[in-house]
Design a protein around this ligand. Sequence first.
Ligand code: SF4
Length: 283
Amino acid sequence: MKVIVAQSCGFCPGVRNAITMAEKTLAKEKNVHSLGEIIHNKDVVRKLSAAGLERIEKIEKIKSGTVIIRSHGATAEQIKQIRKKGLKIVDATCVLVKRVQKIAKLLYDQGYKVVMIGDKGHPEVQAVIGSAPDIAVVGEIKDVSNLSKHKKLGIICQTTQSPEHFAEMIAAIAKTNFSELKVINTLCREAIKRQSYAVQLCKKVDIMFILGGLHSANTRKLAELCKKYNKKTFHLQNYKELDKRILSGNNVAGITAGASTPQWIIDDFVENLRRFDARKKIK
Ligand code: SF4
């Protein structure tokens, strides 16, 4: 089968940095924890767990050792709690996520009602919410009506949202009862680049595969965008998950991967797909 891989896909600098920091820490220390999944990819999490990284959800459960802050970051309250317990911190928060946290605080200090466009349950959003008081999170157009009582709005966005969604939400917010609106573009260029190459590719292939963790926000966004232009878009974690029956009748496959998908997953998928004969009868 002919396979085309998107020009930009797989690990972004923020994720690569978090994994390198975790590997270096594990090489010289014992008792190393990550606050939540270090990245949203089961294969990488399994590998680092085999090297000794223990994933914990609650800081109270850690007695001693080191805590790695993942690329999504942690709230100011969590950092305070970790310090109070005398634990060592290895901060792998992506610089772009740190920037969003700083901007949120700055907008709040300047008297704006801080509004974050994003998915409330996502760890990055949770960490930003914790960096300034009373941040409102709006995920969809219907959430915007709650903002009408505020006059001075300061808008930021989850780094991995699409520029289209950001623009749609700003247009909806602009119809509320505000007197001043300040919008700071906090989207990640790496995520936008991946989205744009993925959309270009999915339009010219028969079938499109998005590789990456099912909970990874940026991977899900890639799948959501590609589905708009190519109905035969599938979000999978690895080649093992592929039901070969969906390949029949397709000659050209496109592949992209989220920012937390390792290169070995992409290579394995590409090699297997290239070897696959779509004319062969699949039982
Ligand atoms: S997707 Fe962007 S913001 Fe998120 S970790 Fe990667 S570089 Fe940082």
